[in-house]
Design a protein around this ligand. Structure first.
Ligand SMILES: Cc1ncc(COP(=O)(O)O)c(C=O)c1O
Length: 383
């Protein structure tokens, strides 16, 4: 094509020429950019979702396949789905954009005909932080259950107390069809033995089992059981790449083939079918390899325990035992509200969200030193 007598170059050609002339930099050649350092995440205890993606992820994105995943052509995505399914001991995986999408899609996939109820911990993300999706997307009654037996995690007896199952069902009842668990929940791990008890009981009654395993990696890194052992208790599991593993985007739901096919259909209906999905899955693969298989989560757990010891050494108490990467401080003795504590943190250059400290692999010594100074200040001691 001629424009004003000049041959218009294809965009790609222009880029190649500009690169040869040094006019543009190849992002992967840049040594220091936002991808190559933890940045603000190094002082951010609000959540592990704030971890900064790495330059290795950027390189993987730069060299990923760019084919259409709705057409099932993108091999980077298909390979990731098979690999994560294999790690979890399930038949199939499906890439989704977020943990919320993974949970809600799974629940919608299991629940086919109202009336139906979903049992879950009253603190579970699916009921407290997913915008009412269980009701709006699945038309289901979410039944929040108190972990009454131990105050830390649900037991079979807690669930039995709320389940609506069995031959005595009345027309006014909303039958339980699904048990949705979360492991870890607030950093606390539901022990594998209890999980197996619950699963056996549910399956004997024809109830589906879903796991919000956004951070199941952490439970595995803590030695609570293998990915396969936990996943075997469930019909579907949602696993996040963008929390402590540090990927920029993405989660995977795993389950049986029929589950995956139906979930794929529903994913499309809510706009979750992706085209060049390799840009998401390439980084996710690096996150699993480098952070989970690379043993970085164990380091965060050690640091979390150190932080709890610091607090306790100054006379503070924790609300839950530190089993993975979260430390729950009891602010009672400080006399501070959560809001005040957050403001205090800002003085030390720390980002906090209430009294829960989330430790991820980008939290380093400097952040822990600042935290120690903050703790000394709020507990009124300077050693
Ligand atoms: C336990 C749990 N499940 C699910 C989610 C949802 O993940 P997303 O923010 O990717 O939707 C979160 C988010 O922090 C979470 O903590």
């Amino acid at each position: 094509m001629e424009i004003n007598g000049t041959a218009a170059l294809a965009e790609e050609e222009v880029f190649v020429n500009e690169k040869a002339n040094g006019m543009v930099e190849d992002v992967c050649d840049v040594e220091a950019n936002n991808w190559s350092k933890p940045g603000p995440a190094a002082f951010d205890f609000r959540s592990d979702v704030t971890t900064t993606p790495t330059s290795r992820m950027l390189s993987a994105i730069a060299s990923t396949t760019l084919l259409d995943d709705d057409f099932r052509q993108d091999t980077t995505t298909l390979d990731l789905e098979s690999w994560i399914a294999e790690l979890a001991g399930k038949e199939a995986g499906l890439l989704v954009l977020s943990g919320t999408m993974g949970n809600q899609l799974s629940i919608r996939t299991h629940l086919q005909c109202p009336p139906h109820g979903v049992l879950c911990d009253r603190r579970a993300h699916v009921v407290t932080h997913e915008a009412g999706g269980v009701a709006s997307l699945s038309g289901a009654l979410a039944v929040p259950v108190e972990p009454a037996a131990n105050g830390r995690y649900l037991t079979l007896e807690d669930l039995q107390g709320k389940a609506v199952v069995g031959p005595g069902l009345h027309v006014t009842d909303c039958p339980t069809r699904l048990v949705s668990l979360e492991i870890p929940l607030g950093g606390v791990v539901l022990p594998l033995a209890e999980c197996r008890r619950i699963s056996r009981w549910a399956r004997d009654r024809g109830l589906a089992m879903h796991l919000d395993g956004a951070r199941l990696w952490e439970a595995v890194a803590a030695g609570a059981g293998s990915l396969r052992d936990y996943c075997a208790c469930f019909d579907s599991v949602s696993l996040c790449f963008s929390k402590g593993l540090g990927a920029p985007i993405g989660s995977m739901i795993v389950g049986g083939l029929a589950f995956r096919e139906r979930a794929r259909w529903i994913r499309k209906s809510i706009g979750g079918g992706l085209r060049q999905a390799g840009v998401v899955s390439a980084a996710a693969r690096v996150a699993v390899k480098d952070t989970f298989l690379g043993g970085k989560l164990e380091g965060s757990h050690r640091r979390a325990r150190d932080i709890a010891r610091l607090w306790e050494g100054l006379g503070g108490k924790t609300v839950y035992p530190v089993e993975t990467n979260m430390v729950w401080l009891d602010l009672g003795p400080t006399g501070l509200s959560e809001e005040d504590f957050v403001k205090y943190g800002e003085r030390f250059g720390l980002k906090l969200m209430g009294a829960r400290l989330v430790v991820h692999y980008q939290i380093g010594n400097e952040a822990v030193q600042r935290l120690k100074s903050l703790m000394q200040a709020v507990l009124g001691r300077t050693e």
